[in-house]
Structures are given as C-alpha cells and as structure tokens.
Ligand binder design. Structure first.
Ligand SMILES: *Cc1c(COP(=O)(O)O)cnc(C)c1O
Length: 384
C-alpha cells in the first residue's frame, strides 16, 4: 500500500490559518473494513450524521463507499440529500424520522425514515398510498434508553393490528443501547433481551442493535447489521478493551510566544492560575473558538487539558480564551519552542479520548466542534 498523499486544502479555511486539521481518509476506510471483518457475517453500516462527526461528509462518505460500505445513517433529511448526491445508489436511513412537511422529500430521493411513533407510521403509509407504491421503512423500538423509539405498548398494538404496515416494507428494526461502553453494565443484557422479544413481534428483513461500542460486546449484539460511527473516526470509547481501529484525526496549532514567569505571577483571565515557582509558558494559537473546550482550563491545582510540543506533553495553565491558550513548557528544551512551531492538540501524543476526558466531555463532542477556521488536509492514497 502506498503512502497517503496530501490532497487539496479545505477550501473553507481562511488564508493565514493558525491551525491545521489532518484527516486520514485511508484510516477511516481501514477502520470500516476492520469492523466489517469483526462482525461478519453481520453487515456493517456507517453512521455519518453531523457532517461525518465534523470530519466532512463530502470526503468521508466516498472513502467509506470505496471501502465497501453501502448503508449509511444520518440524523436529518438535509444530511441524507447530501449523502445521496455523493453515493448515487445505496441505502440511507434518517435516524430522527420524518415530519409531515418532509415526507415527499424522503420519498423523492429514496431516503428511508427510521420511524419511532405510530403517527409516523401512519404518515409514511399515506405517502406510500399517494404514490401508489410500497415504500421502505425502518422501525426504531425503544429497549430502555427512553430516547426515540416505539414503546412496548406501541409494538404490542401494532403487532395485533391487521394491516398496520400496509403499503410499507419494513427493511429494518433497530434499537439503541444506553451503556454499551461498559461491558458489565446490566442494561446491556436487559436491552438485548427486550429487543429480541419486541423485534420478534414485527416481521422485518434485518435487525440492528449495536453501534461502535455495542459491536464490541460480542456476537450476541450483532444481529444482522451494526451501526458504528465514532469508532470509524478513531474513537476508543469502549471500556472493555481496544476497538480494532486506528486514529484518524490530527490537529495542530502554532506556538506564538514564550514567556518566563516569576513565582507569584498569574496567567490569563481572572488570574485563576498563579506560578508557585519560576516557570516558562508558551502561548498557543487555539482557543474555545477552535474547539479547545473552556472546561479544559486549569486554575492553580486543577487538572485541565494537555497539548504536546515536540512529542512532550504540556499542560494548559489558566483559562482557555477564545483564540489562545497558555501551556507549561518549563520542562521542554528551548530549541523546541520556536515561534511558529507546531503544537499538537489531538494526535499520536494527545489521543482524542483523552482530549474529551480533560475537557469533561467525550471525544464525540470534540470531533463535532473542530475549528471552522483551521485549514484542513485530507490524506488519501494517490490514485495510480
Ligand atoms: C449516533 C448513533 C449511532 C452511532 O453511534 P456511535 O457510538 O458513534 O457508534 C448509532 N445508532 C444511533 C441510533 C445513533 O443515534
């Protein structure tokens, strides 16, 4: 396999960007293939909602399609239209379902709504009737998460009603797990059994329960189709061991200035950090407008976010501001602290999931908040 090549920079980035996001499309493709192998003979879809978790659906989706993926999940009709324009044929499911004003838009573009309420089923049947054809549908069955999905009573009523799905082809029943990242959580087994019982009442071509973490719980959770999102993008949210995927995203900013502090000097807004001893700090060109969470700030004695300079980690000191952070570089040699050198915010030395933890959130939120003003480079294999 040849080395990934740099492609065109992201056209939305402004001239003089002080940060860079590198997205490895080949790694995303390999991650999908790795998960597909793990769950075979079950099928593997890809969840590409929220602009492929912030990484750019226009680049990510064709890479997934080349890897062999033919089923995609998004949250909204607008996202679905975008995916349709990228993949031509292939199945696209909309997880948030269909409102009356959008029903014809779904049918026109062969988008499959995931129906979560009896009203939606009636609405989609009407759309089928008005077109004089059978429309595909997926049904979301709630197995305990109490987010979207048909209730136990809904499923029982529908199963007992003659012709409840007339005009529809139920291609998929699905449910979603609450605690799949925690292998010992009692909800996992309970939800799997509830899904087995409830989905058995409704004839569907395929069944699906697991997302990125659920598929790591073992074959009993795979059913016919798995729906990973985060793991495709290099996420390691599963607590029971490593998911067989590699990192995808590297984010760097620039070192702008180095300053020496005396004991007692403070750093940043509200003076939350004070130097106990003389120290050296670096000012870096990334702030909360670039997705560095303000929650990663570190007053005196707090543990906040961490970056890496020349492979050595450097903790944030003081408040994260809009465009800048300060980091402690007292232990880093001066030759590695030149103005303009790269500072790693996410990458081999600063794993995505740690960035999430230090910001008191999860890597998912970090990805979907990547800086709109950083330049983007997509790595993909040179077409030969
Ligand atoms: C977002 C989502 C997924 C994907 O979850 P990951 O944890 O990112 O793999 C799958 N199914 C549903 C219903 C979702 O909302």
């Amino acid at each position: 396999m040849s080395q990934p090549q740099e492609s065109e920079p992201y056209s939305g980035a402004l001239t003089g960007a002080l940060g860079h996001i590198t997205i490895n499309l080949e790694a995303i493709a390999r991650n999908w293939q790795s998960l597909a192998r793990l769950v075979a003979p079950a099928d593997c879809a890809a969840v590409v909602k929220a602009n492929a978790y912030g990484l750019g659906a226009t680049r990510v989706v064709p890479a997934l399609q080349r890897a062999g993926c033919t089923t995609f999940f998004v949250a909204t009709l607008g996202e679905a239209h975008q995916i349709r324009s990228l993949i031509g044929s292939g199945r696209i499911f909309v997880l948030d379902g269909v409102l009356p004003e959008f029903a014809s838009g779904f049918a026109d573009d062969s988008i499959i709504p995931v129906l979560s309420t009896p009203e939606e089923i009636v609405l989609w049947r009407k759309e089928a009737k008005s077109r004089g054809k059978v429309l595909p549908a997926a049904l979301h069955i709630d197995s305990g998460l109490n987010r979207l999905g048909l209730s136990v009573n809904d499923v029982t009523d529908l199963a007992a009603t003659e012709g409840a799905f007339d005009g529809l082809e139920i291609v998929l029943t699905l449910s979603h797990l609450a605690s799949a990242d925690t292998p010992d959580a009692p909800e996992n087994d309970a939800q799997r059994m509830a899904f087995e019982t409830l989905s058995a009442k409704i004839p569907a071509k395929q069944k699906s329960l697991a997302a990125s973490d659920g598929l790591m719980l073992g074959q009993a959770y795979h059913f016919d189709l798995v729906r990973p999102g985060y793991a495709l993008y290099g996420g390691q949210a599963f607590q029971g061991g490593p998911t067989p995927v590699e990192p995808v995203v590297r984010v760097t900013a620039k070192l702008l200035q180095v300053r020496t502090l005396k004991a007692g000097d403070f750093v940043g807004y509200s003076a939350t950090f004070r130097a106990a001893n003389p120290m050296t700090i670096a000012i870096v060109s990334a702030g909360y407008a670039d997705g560095v969470a303000r929650a990663a700030s570190a007053g005196t004695g707090d543990v906040g976010g961490v970056v890496a300079i020349a492979g050595k980690s450097a903790p944030i000191v003081g408040r994260v501001s809009m465009d800048l952070i300060a980091v402690d570089v007292s232990h880093i040699p001066a030759q590695d602290l030149k103005r303009g050198s790269d500072v790693e915010l996410i990458g081999p030395n600063v794993p995505l999931d740690h960035v999430g933890q230090h910001a008191k959130t999860i890597g998912y939120e970090v990805l979907t908040r990547l800086s709109p003003r950083f330049a983007r480079t997509y790595l993909e294999e040179a077409l030969s």
